[in-house]
Design a binder for this molecule. Sequence first.
Ligand code: GRF
Length: 209
Amino acid sequence: MTVDRPLRLGVLGSGKGSNFAAIADAAALPGYPAQPVLVMADIPDAGILKLAESRGIPARYLPPGRFRTKLDEEAEAAYVAALQAAQVDLVVLAGFMRILKGEFLRLFAGRVVNIHPSLLPCFPGLAAWKQALDYGVKVTGCTVHYVDQGVDTGPIIAQRAVPVLDGDTAESLHARIQEAERALYPAAVAGIARGEIAVKGRATTGFRP
Ligand code: GRF
C-alpha cells in the first residue's frame, strides 16, 4: 500500500521508554511510515518524557486522577483531548500502566495498540516474563496487539519468540524480551501504517485513513 503521509502516533507510557525510543529512532530514518507527534505519561518524572524531549517530540505529564489502575473520567477526557488536538491517528501504549476503558476505546476504536512481554494468550497481566519463568516454559516472547476492553486480550498483530535459557533469572529473561520488543514494535507499527496487518479470525476496525 502506498502511504501518502506518515501515520501520526500518540505514545503513552509510564516508565523508561525504551519501546518509544525504538519507534522514534525508526521514525527518524527515511521512509518510515509513522511519526510520534505526542508523548504523554501519568508519572511526572517518567524516563519516556525525557527521551521524547531530547528528540524534540512534544511530551506532557498528565495526572491520572484518583484511581490506581485506570484513568478517572476527568483524566481520560484530558488524555483524549490532547490526542485529538495533536490529530493522532494511532495510540501506541508503551509501558503505560493504566487500563484504558469505555469512552477512550470507543473514541479510538481499533486505533490503540500495546506491547506485552509474553506470547499472548499466555501470561497476560503483570510481570509476564516472571510468570513464564515460574511456569517453566522453554519459549516465551512478546506480542503487539490491538487493545480491547479486556486485559491483554485484543487481536494479535505481531509476535516474536524468545528462548528461555538455563540459568535465566527474571532479570535476564526480561532483558532478552525487551530487546525483542525493540525490534518488534517499530516493525508492527510500520506494518499497521502501511495497511499490511491482517488479523485472522478476530474483528478489528482496520482504520488506515
Ligand atoms: C515493556 O517491557 C512492555 O512489554 C510493557 O512495559 C514495558 C515498557 O518498557 N508493556 P519501556 O518503558 O518501553 O522501556
